[in-house]
Design a protein around this ligand. Sequence first.
Ligand SMILES: Cc1cc2nc3c(=O)[nH]c(=O)nc-3n(C[C@H](O)[C@H](O)[C@H](O)COP(=O)(O)O)c2cc1C
Length: 391
Amino acid sequence: MQRRNFLRISGGGFVAAATLGTAALTGCAPAMPDAAVEAWRGPAPDLASSDVRRWLLSYAILAPHSHNLQSWIVDLGTPNEILLRCDLKRLLPQTDPLSRQIMMSHGTFLELLDLAAKERGLRADITLFPEGSFGPEQLDTRPVARIHLTPDPSLPKDPLFAQILLRHTNRNSYDLSRTVPATAWQAMASSITPHALRFGHVGLEQTQLLASHRNTAAQAWHIELTTPRTIMESYDVLRVGANEIAQHRDGLSLLDAKVVWLNRLGLFDRSKAPAPDDFATTSQITAFGQKLDSTPGFLWMVSEGNDRVTQVNSGRAYARVQLAATALGLVMQPLSQALQEYAEQKVPYADIHTLVGASRPRETVQMWARVGYAPAASPSPRRRLQDFIRT
Ligand SMILES: Cc1cc2nc3c(=O)[nH]c(=O)nc-3n(C[C@H](O)[C@H](O)[C@H](O)COP(=O)(O)O)c2cc1C
């Protein structure tokens, strides 16, 4: 019976399990396997003299992607061109039923590719959906973008390129004593150009509005954690310990020593969602609440319309904002739960749109993120460059 209870506690409760004070399970904190994060050292030296497209792609694959799914497939069959498709096996049908975030995650890839092209004196002419756009509900095998590369020495380099290797999503607690300065918000807002999104923010000076943002984020997180099919989607891509991380090099990495030991002992059950009142769920809600309470600011990005081109361009804009923030020593973490289009999120979805003054259905909140100062986050894994190339 005791063991069954223990299993219930550990079942899916990766953050909770990390807090179980079982001395016998503590040990050296396992490290991120070097190979899984080698991409963050930049292009391999031999790529400098090889096909420039591989050099550009070494930067593009460092783009942020929802759940770190890395759903990018590139075809290099035509000289001077890159054809980008979506890997339809890497979607999030429960939490991202319309694949809006997947399209944004292709936008982030294209933005980094474009910055890298400029760095090499190349103009990247990007044609979105060259064989026609996907419908509003489903993706298919048609390309997301055709990128044609042409030498153009007159093209200015973009200083955001220098931030690509330094940018990381940061899920730590932030420093509540440090307000995000007005100049930093301004720099983030300006970085969106040329993409047509409305940028907004709230900081420590607007106590009530800040509290509303924290509340909505907490409610949405609660829903995601207590809806079995949505939390299971995260568990499906949860990689526990160095071996799983090295094997997959994608998804959500978990290196906490205690959880890794529970997993090794076969006591970490990821086959079913914990109940809403399980410690596994309640402790994660508490932990996330503490992180929200430590957050001195939130940003949002709102689009007119919500077609596939708009979604890709929203991803491009988000990549620019995060790189601009990185240059200023700021960190951020997207908060996608309230923006997700599944039925259970209806109330937080309406709340966040109201909070940021986005009028439905004309406008859509494409990105919402917590922003602040925090200890550096570790880099997340990336698959090998070769794994993305089909031709
Ligand atoms: C469209 C989009 C939505 C995201 N939503 C979340 C989120 O809700 N919570 C979170 O912690 N990270 C979120 N992320 C960040 C990804 O999880 C992150 O980019 C990925 O794990 C890779 O890590 P990196 O950004 O440090 O390279 C999102 C990223 C994108 C592009």
